[in-house]
Structures are given as structure tokens and as C-alpha cells.
Design a protein around this ligand. Structure first.
Ligand SMILES: Cc1cc2nc3c(=O)[nH]c(=O)nc-3n(C[C@H](O)[C@H](O)[C@H](O)COP(=O)(O)O)c2cc1C
Ligand code: SF4
Length: 677
């Protein structure tokens, strides 16, 4: 058996395997109380096989807390509801730890009660709009330690099997560790030992209160990735110091602070990229080291097998696929729904204090709403009236509908006009480092095939074809997606115009000077797809670094300057407004690095052979171009539906064919329709 699936002990507690479900504030709580929704969410995750679950984001401060985000453990009244969560998790054979946290300067008085933020020193952060915190008085620190002891004792009463202290991501203890945010002159500031004193005193108090045999772990950012804050070397020193106290049973390592300017968990982060942080820490401590951030099962198996780290922590992959561990252990990993790292359904709502979910898994954190009286989800129940269903289109909506309908016992056939399934997902996956989006389409296609859905490729549906087979099916579902919209702009004959979709799928070639019309998601994605052409490859970069071929600045230039000059013209002020916030900032940063010219608040008045004529600040200007790319939106491809209306008794339309929207909307519409049949 691979080491990842072998038991390991954390203090006296034996875990059945080495995969931890990461702490996540999923915003299921109401006024700090856990809910039935929470119970069902965690029960299903525990059933899916991880060795341990960490229940995230528990607030211990009785005065300053966010009532909309996170459970509270400052009073015994919060215990019974949390006990329901731990009992549900235990019933599935999984232990669960409680993560205690305090936001410190990362809080916001708009969202929290208490009327103030507290921190080691008065160092505001742009993360919350530079709201200045108050420096904790010396005598308040003992009070904070006492509150954590109270919370930990309540956690024991609630049935938790261990305590994790959150110091990662820039929260209160991390603010004490960091010379950037800790300017104190007392014994809690200054030397590394002093900056760790608050945590060490907390750990000592917790150990005294909970006993030697109770698991206590600490979660750290392996590097804050904020200039002037703790580096990986500093965090190694901190972990070595914590390990020496003997109070800590494991150290869980994540990436940097929320205010870091580099991607920590977005799609462009290669799998396990930050494992080097935990690996370095492991060399300095005796306790087990856990590592997170963009893990997948193959890299997790490798890292643990090699002994780089002892355990793997996964968050979003278990939102997307609750049964991930069980499927991996059963050798059925290809059945696991992938997390594509988009953040659209999880981190984005989390940061707005909204309920967390997953764009590709409609059931995620909606289990309680969707379950029937016997606790079964629609995808787990056979329909009373199995139907023969014809689906037109194997894009994301058609595939998700077919998958859920097949799970419910319907007999489904899909007609897809292309030779491949996945529709627009393939286009979205074309730009560099966006490839994971395609994993979703591949999984949907595999799932359909496994469930016996008959997908006919290269099968374009005309109204006549569909009407000819109408007696063979009880229902027809139109999922024909969208097609690119052509703007109402005069186009000179022979102007070198192509559609962005054709660029992204490789069918349209472009010249050296490219002007893209439209600065929404498709325009931006097409811009950096084109601008990266001609930059050096990962292999070339590796070679040049190993042999010191060029200095760092030159290498950066080679990474950022391709063969084309790319401009994007947009009517509005902002670019990429339809990209979800959890992905947008890093995409826009890359756009700037690549030197893509962003021309805002400009109206395109004409497309000419020589370029694009725009009107800006009342003046006309010609943007010379060899290629002009239209990224001016999409419209529903609903002609087939319109032709069949009234001709077919049971006819539905879903996804972009009904109304152009996001992946999440298409998947939800498809799931909802299939679960009603
Ligand atoms: C919705 C969401 C909520 C999170 N909440 C917490 C939290 O409360 N405490 C914490 O330490 N980390 C939190 N994290 C970070 C995760 O634990 C994890 O480190 C991160 O998502 C990277 O792992 P992944 O790539 O497996 O998702 C959260 C992440 C997400 C996506
Ligand atoms: S919303 Fe996106 S990032 Fe979040 S769990 Fe789902 S697929 Fe992963």
C-alpha cells in the first residue's frame, strides 16, 4: 500500500491515512452556531475517506467576531450544534480537529461586531481597505490566551479530537511572527523568540489544559510572500522553535498571506508548487509536517512516498469531489470530479461571507437542500419514470444533464456536431496555465461514457433529423451552447478579421500586430494566449537557469516578451469585468507583465484593412493591425430549439443555448432539469 494510505499517529491519535481535509470557512454558520447544513456537508466529506478533517475558522474572541462567517466557541451555548458535526463525522470513522482563529488586522468592522480591530501593532493593510487596528495592550494578551483555552475546552466538550491554531494566511499569530506587522517594544516584539512568545504561551496553556495526550497542531504560511515579512527561512526558524517546546504534534504548511501579490491557489499555480516550503520545514522539526495548496492525488502520493512531507492537506479538491480519497484508494481516480482551481464557487463567496460551494459540483454544500426524506441526493435516486432522452450538444450543459439523467436511470443519447465533447470549455482552457478547465469537460465526458450515455460525435442536428427520430425519444434537450456575436461595426472588404473563438481553437492564424476588440474574459484570455506566443518555454528557462546562461532580468524579459504586439480595445473603463475576482487579479497581472496594451473607454467605429479605427476622448485614431480579433460577446445558439418548438411535446433548452452565462450557471441548470425527471 502506498505510504499516503498508511496510518500515521498524531500524538496518541491514529489516522487511517495521511490525507487531511483542510480547514475551510464555508459560511454555513448562523450567528456563530453550526447548522444542519454543516452537519450534512461534513458527514459526506468524512464518508469520502480522508484520514482527518479540520473544521476551519472557529472564532474564540467573545468580543470581536464576524457573525456571518465562522462558528464561535466562546461560550457553552455553541457546543451542542458543533457536537452534531463531530458526531456525524465520527460515525463515518473520521476524526475531526477544531481550528481556532483570530483575524487581527485582517478583520473588518463593517462585517464584525466589537467595533475595532486588534493586532500586535498599528499596521493597516490594503486587504481590508487600510482600516487601522489598535495595538493589543500587554495585559490583553493573557486574556487572549485564556479565551483560547476556553475555546479549546469547549471544543473537547463538542467532541473534537484535536486543536489546530491558525497562524497562516496573515491572521493574528502570523501578524505577531512578522517584523512587518509586529513593531512592539515589549517582550512580544523584537527578536524572533519574542515574536513567537504569544503563540508559545498559548500552546503552553493549551497543553496544560488539555493534557499531554491531546493533539495540538499549528498551521503556518511556509513563506508569507510579502516583502519585509517572514520568508521560508524565518518560518523554518519559527517552526524549529515551536517544535522544541514539545507542545506541537504536527505543523501544517500552506502558502503565503492573503495580501501576497503572487498567486497562492489560483489555476496558474502548478500542482504542489509550494511543497518546497514544507519540505524545508520538515528538515528542521521532528513532528510530522503536512503540506497543502493545489495538491492532487498523484503528486500527493509522490511527496509522501519520497518523505518530502508526512501528510497532505486538501481543500478545494474535496469540495469538488467528496469521495476523492475513497476513489483514489479503490484505484478509480478517473471517476473523481476534478477541482479546476477557478475559485469562482468557493473562495470568491467565502471572502464575501457568502455560502461556499463549487461551480462543477452543484451538490457541494447544498446537500441538505437537495436531499429527499431518506437523505438521498437526486443523483443517488432512480427516477420513477425512466425516459429515452436525446440531448443535442456535448458541451458542459449537455454533458452534465446527460450524466445526472443517466445516474437517475434514464437512457440518454447525445448528438455532438464536433468530433470532441467539451464545447467552450476547450476554448477557455487554451490560454497558458488555464488548461485545468479542460479537465472538467474530460471528466464529464468520461462519466457519461461510463454510465452508458451514447455520444455520437460529428453528428450535426438539423430540425429534420430530430423530427425523424422523434418517436424514438420521450424528450429532447437542446444544449447547443452559444456562438460568437458579430458587432454592428462597418467592416471594410478583405479586412483581416477573425473571431476570438477561432483563434483559441487554433483554426485562425494571426499576424504580428494584433488588435482585439472587446476586453471581457474572452478578449483578455485571447490577449495573453497570443502575447505568450514566442516567449521561452519552461524547459528553455530551466536550462538557462541551470547553466546561468542569462541574468535574471534578461530571463524575465524572455518570459514576458513574445513575438506579437497585442492590444485590446474596450468601450468601458475596466477590463475582464466578467472574470471572477478569485482568478481576475492574477490574469490581469499577467496581462500587464506581457506588455499587452489596454485601450479603455474607446469606441470602435470601423474595421479597416489597415487596422481598427477608434474614437477616444472625442478624437479618431487608427490602431494599425495585421489581424483584428473579435471578442465582442456571445449569443445563444438556439435556432434548433426555435425550429422544434411546438413540434416536440417534451422539449427543453439549457445552458448558453437558453441564455449566455457562466459555467456554474450551465451546470446548475443541467443538474436541476435532470434531477426533476
Ligand atoms: C473557501 C475556502 C475557505 C478557506 N478557509 C480557510 C480557513 O478557515 N482556515 C485556513 O487555514 N485556510 C482556509 N482556506 C485555505 C485552505 O485550507 C487551503 O490551504 C487552500 O485552499 C489551498 O488548498 P487547495 O489548493 O487544496 O484548495 C480556505 C480556502 C478556501 C477555498
Ligand atoms: S469552485 Fe472551482 S476552485 Fe472551487 S472547488 Fe470548485 S472547481 Fe475547485
Amino acid at each position: 500500500m502506498k505510504k499516503l494510505y498508511q496510518p500515521i499517529k498524531i500524538n496518541q491519535l491514529e489516522l487511517k491515512n495521511r490525507i487531511v481535509m483542510a480547514p475551510m470557512g464555508i459560511n454555513n454558520t448562523e450567528n456563530g452556531f453550526s447548522t444542519d447544513r454543516d452537519v450534512e456537508f461534513f458527514r459526506r466529506r468524512a464518508k469520502g475517506g480522508p484520514g482527518l478533517i479540520v473544521y476551519g475558522n472557529i472564532q474564540f474572541d467573545p468580543i470581536r467576531y464576524n457573525p456571518k462567517s465562522g462558528a464561535r466557541l466562546s461560550d457553552a451555548m455553541f457546543v451542542p450544534r458543533l457536537r452534531m458535526v463531530t458526531e456525524a463525522v465520527h460515525a463515518e470513522g473520521c476524526p475531526i480537529f477544531a481550528q481556532l482563529m483570530h483575524q487581527g488586522r485582517y478583520g473588518s468592522t463593517k462585517n464584525s461586531v466589537g467595533g475595532e480591530l486588534v493586532a500586535p501593532s498599528v499596521v493597516p493593510t490594503k486587504f481590508n481597505g487600510n482600516e487601522p487596528p489598535r495595538a493589543l495592550r500587554h495585559d490583553e494578551i493573557a486574556q487572549f490566551i485564556e479565551w483560547q483555552v476556553t475555546a479549546a475546552k469547549l471544543a473537547v466538550q463538542a467532541g473534537f479530537d484535536g486543536i489546530e491554531i491558525e497562524t497562516n494566511s496573515g491572521y493574528l499569530f502570523g501578524q505577531f511572527f512578522s517584523p512587518l506587522t509586529n513593531k512592539r517594544k515589549d517582550e512580544y516584539g523584537g527578536s524572533l523568540e519574542n515574536r513567537c512568545r504569544f503563540l508559545v504561551e498559548t500552546l503552553a496553556a493549551l497543553r496544560a489544559a488539555l493534557g499531554d495526550g491531546f493533539p495540538i497542531t499549528v498551521r503556518v504560511s511556509g513563506n508569507d510572500f510579502v516583502p519585509g515579512s517572514c520568508t521560508n527561512d524565518d518560518i523554518c526558524d519559527i517552526c524549529a522553535l515551536l517544535d522544541k517546546t514539545g507542545y506541537v504534534d504536527a505543523i501544517s504548511v500552506t502558502g503565503g498571506w492573503h495580501e501576497a501579490a503572487i498567486p497562492l491557489i489560483t489555476m496558474e499555480l502548478p500542482p504542489a508548487n509550494y511543497a518546497y516550503l514544507g519540505k524545508a520545514i520538515k528538515q528542521r522539526v521532528n513532528c510530522p509536517v503536512w503540506q497543502s495548496n493545489r495538491m492532487n492525488i498523484p503528486v500527493a502520493e509522490e511527496l509522501v512516498e519520497r518523505g518530502d512531507v508526512d501528510m497532505i492537506v486538501m481543500a478545494r479538491p474535496l469540495l469538488a469531489e467528496p469521495n476523492l480519497v475513497a476513489l483514489a484508494q479503490a484505484g478509480r481516480l478517473d471517476e473523481a470530479r476534478p477541482c479546476i482551481g477557478c475559485n469562482a464557487g468557493c473562495l470568491d463567496p467565502c471572502l464575501k461571507n457568502q455560502r461556499v460551494g463549487c461551480i462543477s459540483n452543484v451538490e457541494c454544500n447544498h446537500e441538505l437542500d437537495l436531499m429527499d426524506s431518506e437523505g438521498r441526493l437526486p443523483s443517488e435516486v432512480l427516477s420513477d419514470h425512466p425516459q429515452r432522452i436525446l440531448v443535442i450538444g456535448a458541451g458542459v450543459a449537455g454533458l452534465e444533464f446527460a450524466r445526472v439523467a443517466a445516474l437517475r436511470g434514464h437512457s440518454v443519447q447525445i448528438w455532438e456536431k464536433r468530433q470532441k465533447a467539451g464545447g467552450q470549455l476547450k476554448l477557455a482552457a487554451a490560454p497558458p496555465r488555464r488548461g485545468d478547465i479542460a479537465l472538467l469537460g474530460q471528466w464529464l465526458e468520461r462519466s457519461c461514457q461510463r454510465l452508458g450515455v451514447n455520444i455520437l460525435y460529428g453528428w450535426e442536428a438539423t430540425p429534420v433529423d430530430v423530427l425523424a427520430v422523434k418517436e424514438d425519444f420521450d424528450r429532447v434537450v437542446i444544449a447547443t451552447g452559444a456562438c460568437p456575436a458579430t458587432p454592428d461595426i462597418p467592416i471594410e472588404e478583405d479586412a483581416p478579421v477573425v473571431q476570438a473563438w477561432d483563434v483559441l481553437d487554433g483554426t485562425a492564424k494571426t499576424g504580428k500586430r494584433v488588435v482585439i476588440i472587446g476586453g471581457g474574459a474572452v478578449g483578455i484570455e485571447t490577449a495573453f494566449y497570443l502575447a505568450e506566443i514566442g516567449t521561452i518555454t519552461a524547459e528553455q528557462l530551466r536550462f538557462m537557469m541551470i547553466f546561468d546562461v542569462e541574468p535574471y532580468e534578461k530571463l524575465k524579459q524572455l518570459l514576458n516578451r513574445g513575438s506579437k504586439q497585442v492590444s485590446v480595445v474596450e468601450m468601458q473603463k475596466a477590463f475582464g469585468k466578467d472574470i471572477n475576482p478569485g482568478a481576475r487579479w492574477s490574469m490581469m497581472a499577467r496581462v500587464r507583465q506581457l506588455g499587452i496594451s489596454l485601450i479603455s473607454e474607446s469606441k470602435v467605429t470601423e474595421i479597416r484593412r489597415a487596422g481598427v479605427l477608434i474614437e477616444r476622448d472625442g478624437a479618431a485614431q487608427l490602431l494599425p493591425a495585421d489581424s483584428i480579433v473579435l471578442a465582442t460577446g456571445a449569443q445563444p445558439a438556439n435556432a434548433l430549439y426555435e425550429a422544434l418548438r411546438g413540434e416536440i411535446a417534451q422539449l427543453d433548452i439549457i445552458g448558453d443555448a437558453a441564455s449566455v452565462a457562466q459555467i456554474a450557471d450551465a451546470i446548475r441548470a443541467a443538474y436541476t432539469l435532470a434531477s426533476r425527471l
